[in-house]
Write a protein that binds this ligand. Structure first.
Ligand SMILES: Cc1ncc(COP(=O)(O)O)c(C=O)c1O
Length: 316
């Protein structure tokens, strides 16, 4: 489908068994593995690299010269799109929900370093940013618009490929757990496995009505990939968002600390920390029983180096 496909992500990513961590959350040795999608090789890593593998191939095939996307001021997706543009010889315009930052830090620092042009909407992050991305793209010649989080069927193909990768690495009864933002990771995995029952996503509150979005996107992605329509019902774990998208939670902070100290792996406060807190919740409730579990670490590292989160992470 994409003759120009270049794997910017460097996939396959490593997968590692985490016995001490498994025991610390009440699972048995050998029951928990972490799929290190935080170690994709594009723009300091994370899940968006796999989506950008396909989105950039599509952009190049269409003769685009500029990637236009958007997100929150500290968006990982925007940072990785900026890196993808840089490595592919394209320009990047990033539409950021919020005010121009007085301190350039974390992901925004990397956006600038990767050469992206930043456009601030002035309003907070919301689904309406989708419209702002389209508007900016309509004004630029050679623009290729990428939706929030890269979560359309083309982007989700990256996680169809990840499901195929995982199928060679883990038993068929393993439950895949990951952070749910804009839904493309979830939809791609389900389309790849062909079964909603294989995936449990932990919502972080980025998008309204996410379960319906994932259901539809998984069908659309499966069609595009030439796979059967997924069976079963979408699985989304609620209860880890806290006050709102991006708001710090005690459960995420405890999860980040535990994973760092028992596995030497760094989660982030907005996505993977909340997702791992969800996994701890599932383990504690006994729902997992003896089922093998794979936590997909989707990245997000730059957030911990912002003023907002660095002190909070080490508070007593
Ligand atoms: C670090 C990180 N983890 C998880 C996600 C969620 O992925 P998705 O948007 O595909 O649901 C995102 C992006 O939104 C992210 O940046």
């Amino acid at each position: 489908m994409f003759p120009n496909l270049v794997l910017l992500s460097g996939a396959p990513t490593p997968i590692e068994r985490c016995d001490a961590l498994a025991e610390a959350i009440g699972l048995r040795r050998g029951q928990l593995q972490i799929k290190r999608d935080d170690l994709t090789k594009l723009g300091v890593g994370g899940n968006k690299a796999r989506k950008l593998d396909y989105l950039v191939a599509d952009a190049v095939e269409r003769g685009a010269t500029t990637l236009v996307t958007g997100g929150a001021v500290q968006s990982n997706h925007v940072r990785m799109t900026a890196a993808a543009a840089a490595v592919s010889g394209l320009d990047c315009v990033a539409v950021l929900g919020g005010q121009s930052a007085s301190v350039v830090e974390g992901n925004t620092l990397l956006d600038v370093l990767f050469g992206a042009e930043l456009v601030f909407t002035g309003d907070d992050y919301s689904d309406d940013l989708e419209v702002a991305i389209e508007q900016v793209a309509a004004e630029r010649e050679g623009a290729y618009a990428i939706p929030l989080g890269g979560s359309n069927a083309i982007g989700a193909l990256g996680y169809v490929q990840a499901a195929d990768e995982l199928s060679n690495e883990v038993p068929t009864d393993a439950l895949i757990v990951h952070a749910e933002g804009s839904g493309g990771t979830h939809a791609g995995l389900v389309a790849g496995f062909g079964d909603h029952g294989r995936v449990m996503a932990v919502d972080v509150g980025a998008v309204r009505d996410i379960a319906n979005k994932v259901t539809d996107l998984a069908i659309e992605t499966a069609e595009l990939a030439g796979r059967p329509k997924p069976t079963g019902l979408v699985q989304v774990l609620d209860g880890q968002v806290g006050e709102r998208y991006g708001a710090p939670t005690d459960a995420a902070r405890s999860a980040i600390s535990l994973v760092a100290r028992t596995a030497g792996i760094v989660l982030d406060p907005v996505y993977s920390g909340k997702a791992f807190a969800g996994l701890i919740q599932m383990a504690a409730s006994g729902d997992l029983a003896d089922r093998p579990v794979v936590f997909v670490h989707t990245g997000g590292l730059p957030a911990i180096f912002t003023r907002r989160f660095s002190n909070w992470l080490v508070e007593d």
